[in-house]
Design a protein around this ligand. Structure first.
Ligand SMILES: *Cc1c(COP(=O)(O)O)cnc(C)c1O
Length: 425
């Protein structure tokens, strides 16, 4: 029955059987992921009940958005789940980079210094900070930047960090997920140790964690181990695939009040911002997120083990613990990278008939290929894959709104490689 359904969608018996064989060994890990999802599901539910979410919260406002009960309640729900005093959760935050830019620019003043003790931040932050020149960067506003790279083994360079902290250091930014770099993703425990260290060197420092792709992969969040702000995008994990737009910043009242002023206007802050008609999606997406993240994690682990078995280098490897939903596979050739992305695209619920092709993108030296057939444009909590067309032809993929869809997508990627004779099973 099952195999027939896969065959109908184009997965050959050989690929299907290999998948089933790999899955046999993953039972205990999947059970652990389910337990994490269960804890997080209960956390979200408890926060919704405690804050009295009701039908009126789901309806939204227009115009100025004064007294928007749904918006204000959702912010309290986020604050409770992240264990923070307060939160800013808004559809007016356009993306993760915007949320991070708001958090940084609201809490840094001319003469202050920003420190990244974990190496280079995510690409789009380079212009926010001014590492690459840009109008309105922090650098242009008189905020300096310092960075301490990780040790070659991926650990924190504590001595270097101690030396980098000076009179001007005001805010420390820590990126949880590796993003598109070849370094490990940090666990919440590791982040907690780093936060304790920098706050011991200089009490009063503000610590922000870029939480993108990390939410609900563990049972605690960086805000529960000392981060003053955690920041992320709603078209990644916490939107659960249903949020059509938005970002969040959860943290201390001292930091978040400033973020409200930065996002809207000084003096007005959180009192305005009509939520229009998206509230139901933000609530429902957050409610589903723990399970959506669990499906994406299972997909990542399945892919790591499947491709590792076939001899490819995968990061993280098949047995490593997981702290974000990104999986990379070094496919080693242009043809394989393209075929992999064709498989992911062919598995999509939307735009499945489209063939992805490599093309040049502003800001990148090499051609890039991307596969995504998503309900929400660009949503990377939905099954998607991309990679620069250059050595070592590594594909990065993530997401999957359900585990079964993630599984199917990964089998389709292998099917395309297999059909083109680019891999032997
Ligand atoms: C996605 C991401 C961002 C930026 O988010 P956008 O929504 O793409 O602007 C920042 N940091 C990390 C680690 C990310 O994964």
């Amino acid at each position: 029955m099952m195999q027939k359904q896969y065959e109908r969608l184009g997965v050959s018996p050989a690929v299907y059987r290999l998948g089933e064989q790999i899955l046999k060994g993953l039972g205990p890990r999947f059970a652990e992921i389910d337990r994490t999802a269960e804890v997080n599901q209960l956390k979200v539910l408890a926060a919704m009940q405690k804050n009295g979410v009701d039908a009126a919260c789901l309806s939204g406002t227009t115009g100025y958005g004064h007294d928007d009960k749904g918006r204000d309640t959702l912010e309290r729900v986020y604050a409770d789940v992240f264990g923070t005093e307060t939160a800013l959760v808004r559809p007016h935050i356009t993306c993760g980079t915007h949320a991070l830019a708001v958090a940084l620019s609201a809490n840094l003043l001319p003469g202050d210094e920003l420190l990244s003790p974990v190496g280079k931040p995510y690409d789009t932050l380079e212009e926010v900070i001014g590492i690459r020149e840009s109008a309105c960067s922090l650098k242009e506003m008189g905020v300096s930047y310092r960075q301490v790279d990780l040790n070659p083994d991926g650990s924190f360079d504590y001595e270097g960090i101690r030396q980098a902290i000076n009179d001007k250091t005001k805010l420390v930014t820590i990126q949880r997920s590796k993003g598109y770099q070849m370094r490990p993703t940090f666990s919440v425990g590791q982040i907690g140790e780093l936060i304790a260290f920098v706050k011991k060197v200089k009490p009063g420092l503000t610590v922000m964690v870029d939480n993108c792709y990390g939410e609900f992969t563990e049972t605690i969040e960086p805000s529960e181990v000392g981060a003053d702000m955690v920041v992320g995008s709603l078209i990644k994990n916490p939107g659960g695939g249903l949020a059509p737009v938005g970002g969040y910043i959860a943290g201390t009242k001292k930091c978040i009040d400033r973020c409200h002023y930065r996002l809207t206007a000084p003096g007005i802050g959180q009192d305005v911002g009509a939520s229009l008609s998206v509230m139901v999606n933000l609530y429902q997406g957050f409610f589903l997120s723990p399970n959506v993240v669990a499906g994406a994690l299972k997909g990542a682990i399945f892919a790591a083990n499947l491709y590792e078995r076939l001899g490819f280098e995968v990061l993280p490897n098949g047995t490593e613990s997981r702290h974000d939903i990104i999986q990379s596979i070094r496919l080693g050739s242009r043809e394989r990278l393209i075929a992999f992305c064709e498989g992911i695209q062919a598995a999509a619920p939307v735009d499945s008939y489209v063939t992805p092709v490599p093309s040049s993108i502003p800001g990148y030296d090499d051609e890039v290929i991307m596969a995504a057939g998503a309900f929400v444009q660009g949503a990377s909590i939905e099954l998607s894959a991309d990679g620069p067309v250059r050595e070592p032809y590594a594909v990065y993929f993530q997401g999957g709104l359900t585990w079964h869809h993630a599984k199917f997508g990964i089998l389709m990627s292998l099917q395309k490689l297999y059909e083109k004779g680019l891999v032997s099973l």
